[in-house]
Design a protein around this ligand. Structure first.
Ligand SMILES: Cc1cc2nc3c(=O)[nH]c(=O)nc-3n(C[C@H](O)[C@H](O)[C@H](O)COP(=O)(O)OP(=O)(O)OC[C@H]3O[C@@H](n4cnc5c(N)ncnc54)[C@H](O)[C@@H]3O)c2cc1C
Length: 413
């Protein structure tokens, strides 16, 4: 037994977008909520390009106006390039199946995460920071979150600890994706040439063949730009280069990124991450619910991470509300939540597998001739992943990775 740090309806581990959004929504339901966050904010974090379908949740918590007022770069589209051939297409969110989600933002996560967390505090959330969660116990009449400074009692604990996977690591439930072993090197730069049609667009350029990778370019409103390379870990190892050299030699060899980076000047340092795609055996347990990256993280090519975290926070808030109404906090009461989270991840994984399949990518960058296919792709890129009208979703999730263009054509022209 340690110090008693208080008793709340819900205790949340992690004050990233998933944790602070869940906290805000629970406060709006009238619950008492605390967040335990181990880092001081603001702090650097990767995950900077948002999706339009996150905006609904930000509007619901009342933080959208603050995001707008903070002056982050507006994002209206996503450009995809095949580096070797220079074939490319820009997907504009206004042209998706749903017309009500035309924009998102490109955000430096240091001020963005602080803004979300401050908003939760304004709604009445207690934040213990900097403080690490160290353990979780389920007791007959509640849960206990153990921390470096003492214990917190709650009816439910939500794990929103990101890729540190606080609970899944302890439960030995974290499973690396077997075939997506990647490394990424990235940084912020001055002097990068942005998209010519709309400087707020994200640019993704895929290079190489079987051994391959891709670049991202994410522009910020202060004139700096986030640029990163993602590659198969094996490809990186075979290069024999240190990570910084690997970054620069990949850029120099790129048809689409070398000219954009010709005058680029690094601000700060380059960062590296590896093996970032994983899932968990379970996303819930008695009195426990995992939100966002704490449960699973998928390849970042479609910038889905923050969207999936805040969407999961929205769904978790509903599941927790029902649990309070019924008084049932058992694992079974959270299984619908888990199924919906898995469904969202499955849709993005199918789309990601398609991106890594050169035939599909070719269809993607030449989809201008096929308006329905282009609309369907645009909707997925916006995060409209639960839209049953989008036939591309059932095509991709049912295809098992085999992309017969004639079948796709029969369905979507
Ligand atoms: C290379 C790369 C590029 C990416 N690009 C994008 C992108 O363009 N767009 C996008 O949407 N996403 C992107 N992502 C994903 C994005 O980073 C995450 O999906 C997103 O940050 C998840 O939010 P979260 O709230 O679940 O977790 P996090 O943002 O990771 O927040 C978790 C918080 O928990 C805290 N924490 C951890 N352990 C403890 C503990 N024991 N006690 C207390 N606190 C703890 C951490 O300090 C952290 O603040 C990218 C990821 C990678 C690897």
């Amino acid at each position: 037994m340690g110090n008693n740090l208080g008793s709340y309806d819900v205790a949340i581990v992690g004050g990233g977008p998933g944790g602070s959004t869940l906290a805000a929504l629970l406060r709006m339901q009238g619950r008492s909520v605390c967040i335990v966050e181990r880092d001081e904010f603001p702090r650097f974090r990767i995950g900077e390009s948002l999706l339009p379908f996150s905006m609904d949740t930000f509007e619901k918590t009342g933080v959208l106006e603050k995001i707008r007022a903070a002056g982050f770069m507006e994002k209206h589209g996503a450009r995809f390039i095949i580096d070797d051939s220079d074939e490319q297409e820009c997907f504009w969110f206004r042209d998706g199946l749903d017309k009500d989600h035309p924009f998102a933002f490109e955000v430096q996560r240091a001020p963005f995460d602080k803004l979300l967390l401050d908003h939760a505090v304004e709604l009445g959330v207690t934040v213990h920071q900097p403080l690490s969660a160290t353990g979780f116990r389920c007791e007959p009449d509640g849960a206990v979150l153990e921390t470096g400074a003492g214990e917190i009692s709650a009816q439910v604990v939500a794990d929103a600890s990101g890729r540190w996977t606080f609970m899944s690591s302890r439960q030995k439930q974290r499973k690396l994706h077997p075939s997506h072993r990647k490394i990424t090197v990235f940084g912020h730069f001055k002097g990068v040439l942005r998209d010519e049609t709309d400087e707020g667009n994200i640019i993704i350029s895929r290079f190489g063949d079987s051994k391959m990778g891709w670049f991202w370019l994410i522009p910020f409103s202060d004139g700096t730009t986030s640029v990163g390379v993602v590659a198969d870990s094996e490809y990186f190892r075979e290069s024999g280069q240190p990570t910084d050299d690997f970054f620069w030699s990949s850029i120099k060899a790129s048809r689409s990124f070398a000219p954009r980076m010709a005058d680029a000047e690094l601000v700060g340092k380059l960062h590296t991450e590896a093996d970032f795609s994983y899932t968990s055996d379970r996303h819930v347990a008695d009195r426990l619910i995992k939100v966002g990256d704490a449960g699973a993280f998928i390849d970042p090519v479609f910038s889905s991470g923050v969207f999936l975290s805040v969407k999961a926070a929205d769904m978790a808030a509903k599941a927790i509300d029902v649990a309070f109404q019924t008084g049932d906090f058992g694992e079974a009461s959270f299984t619908d939540y888990e199924a919906k989270v898995r469904q969202g991840t499955k849709v993005f994984w199918a789309f990601i597998d398609a991106f890594y399949n050169k035939d599909f990518l070719k269809q993607m960058v030449t989809s201008r001739r096929r308006p329905l296919l282009q609309k369907s792709i645009t909707s997925l890129l916006a995060g409209d992943i639960y839209n049953e009208e989008n036939q591309l979703i059932s095509f991709l999730t049912g295809s098992g990775g085999a992309y017969a263009d004639d079948e796709l054509q029969a369905l979507l022209g």
